[in-house]
Design a protein around this ligand. Structure first.
Ligand code: NGQ
Ligand code: ZN
Length: 457
């Protein structure tokens, strides 16, 4: 699907790197980058004009197929012991029923939803590689190709993160049958990376990264080999999400997961550590200084009963974070950011926790930092409105009566905490993929999803 690329977008109000500005003209070059941001401008003929324009949000962590499981894991097993690990068993069984076609249909429908809520890029942490029996497809990139096709059809920028998975737990423990679609030897994984690089390495709508699944699922020597295989690309990994994971890591290495990683690897800005829920204050402070981003998935972390990230401490130490939809039970960045702050309020019994002296608005702090940190984690130059960054733009309506008198940062506070965010238009690299609240393929995509979703109930 080809969308027209706009040359300019006009905003009566916009959040730029200069702060809140009025009558902003955003000029876009032929490559989809912002060429100039002018305030107190007039709208040129042909440029679409909006109430409010913000930088698009990055979704740093998605497992697209899990969108189709939404609502199917909320019934108690009856033993009173439902937890992350029992959810994972259900999720493993769910993967057995997914055909390549279904994966593409689910992913496209999800990506359209993400766009409609204001996400403009998605980091797909992709670990389904083989067929339902665990046999490699003749085309080793079959399921990656499906994800790429879905993202291209929807028009969202994709940071594709093929996942390495080889062990069942720390210390090289054997895998189980539920993991059969995920597994690769290091050689097979490097071959997959090589194929993906050949196919998509030069594409400007795809960014390639790597994703060792977790310290539970990848041996230290494999982690090192992966780091060296693709230089400079984003490197994403789940870490320290569950208390049992911390206990298992201590037993294996006498170190906690984050402690082990920081002691053994040169963690730097190319890393995105997903969850990082269970850290000591020392780990939190050290990680913040590395330049790595943490990928927080507040709604999924709540849904799975993970625990609460040390966000206040991490932000005070100037740590970088992005938000992710992970299991895709929530597809709205506004709700995700609200959940992030509310978890802190519930834990600390205080209010307005995630903000700083220089930016006392929680909404502004959350939005701006997640947009910038998320873009960094996805390896794209985006998340701010400034020349030479991608024209990934989200336009919102200010028609809600509550927004009428709101100014500057209280606009973001009202969008996030008042649930008043109405996204009308979305541009990805200057292409208008959502127009007046609608995506051109949403009906057809929904119908395709309707036709297959019955298989999963
Ligand atoms: C995943 N999800 O890869 O989908 C994981 C579950 C695991 C989250 N961690 C599997 N939220 O971590 O072993
Ligand atoms: Zn995950």
């Amino acid at each position: 699907m080809q969308w027209k690329r706009y040359k300019a977008v006009f905003a009566r109000k916009a959040l730029t790197t200069q702060g809140w500005q009025k009558d902003v003209l955003i000029n876009i070059d032929e490559g989809g980058l912002i060429s100039a941001v002018e305030d107190s401008a007039t709208s040129p003929p042909g440029a679409p004009s909006f109430d409010l324009v913000l930088p698009g949000m990055a979704n740093v962590h998605s497992h697209a197929f899990q969108r189709a499981m939404t609502g199917l894991t909320e019934i108690a097993s009856g033993e009173g012991r439902d937890n992350f690990w029992s959810w994972r068993e259900v999720m493993y069984k769910f993967t057995f029923g997914l055909t390549p076609e279904a994966i593409e249909i689910i992913a496209r429908a999800l990506y359209i939803e993400l766009l409609k809520h204001g996400y403009t890029a998605v980091g797909e942490f992709h670990y389904l590689h083989h067929d339902a029996q665990g046999k490699p497809y003749a085309n080793v990139t079959e399921l990656s190709d499906r994800i790429v096709t879905a993202a291209r059809a929807a028009g969202i920028h994709l940071t594709h993160l093929p996942v390495m998975y080889e062990t069942g737990n720390f210390g090289g423990k054997p895998t189980n049958d539920g993991q059969r679609r995920f597994l690769n030897t290091p050689d097979a994984y490097l071959k997959l990376l090589g194929e993906l690089k050949k196919k998509y390495g030069d594409a400007d709508d795809i960014t390639l990264g790597v994703a060792p699944h977790s310290l539970r699922a990848v041996k230290p020597e494999t982690l090192r080999a992966i780091l060296e295989a693709l230089e400079h690309c984003p490197m994403h990994m789940h870490i320290a999400e569950q208390e049992k994971e911390v206990a298992d890591c201590l037993q294996w290495s006498r170190k906690r997961p984050m402690e082990w990683l920081l002691d053994n690897f040169n963690v730097d800005a190319r890393w995105c550590l997903i969850h990082a829920t269970h850290m000591t204050p020392e780990e939190t402070a050290t990680l913040a200084k590395t330049g790595a981003t943490v990928g927080l998935c507040p709604t999924t972390e709540a849904n799975l009963g993970d625990g609460i990230f040390q966000a206040e401490h991490f932000l005070t130490a100037d740590g970088s974070f992005g938000i992710g939809t992970d299991s895709n039970v929530c597809t709205s960045p506004w709700e995700e950011l609200k959940m992030m702050e509310y978890a802190q309020r519930l834990a600390t019994r205080r209010r307005n926790v995630l903000c700083t002296e220089s930016t006392p608005s929680a909404g502004r702090t959350l939005f701006a930092r997640a947009a910038a940190g998320g873009a960094k984690a996805l390896g794209i130059n985006a998340g701010i409105l400034a020349p030479e960054t991608r024209a990934d733009l989200v336009a919102l309506s200010m028609e809600h009566p509550l927004l009428h008198s709101r100014k500057n940062d209280t606009i973001l506070d009202t969008l996030i905490f008042g649930a008043t965010a109405v996204v009308t238009d979305v541009f990805v690299a200057g292409r208008r993929v959502v127009e007046n609240g609608a995506h051109a393929q949403e009906e057809e995509s929904a119908e395709k999803l309707r036709q297959i979703i019955g298989r999963f109930v």
